[in-house]
Ligand binder design. Sequence first.
Ligand code: TYC
Length: 116
Amino acid sequence: MAQDPTGPGRGDPGSLDPRREGEVSTETRRRVARPPRYKVILYNDDYTPMEFVVAILETVFGKGPSAATQIMLQVHNAGLGVAGVYVLEVAETKVSSVHKLAEQRGYPLRAGVEKE
Ligand code: TYC
């Protein structure tokens, strides 16, 4: 069986032209620029039960029980903590979900968004 003398990945002649080095990656970066990310911050308070915060971290932020407990304790001990990092629209929706669920139960739990 004859080997392909050009080898794999060399079908595009432009990719071998040293004068065009960088053009492909530059164009790719322009097309798929990473949108800015936003942290969802949870704030401590004296009234929201720890179990409720853990449940919020599991259901709204998709954390497992261990990570959810760690983040809750970080907030409890340090005053605030990062529940997750998302594009802005998703981060804002999660903040709204936190406030709605907390208000339904009469808890003062607060969350906010901060640019990464
Ligand atoms: N400090 C609360 C308590 O002792 C627990 C708590 C943790 C509240 C995290 C809010 O974001 C929070 N019950």
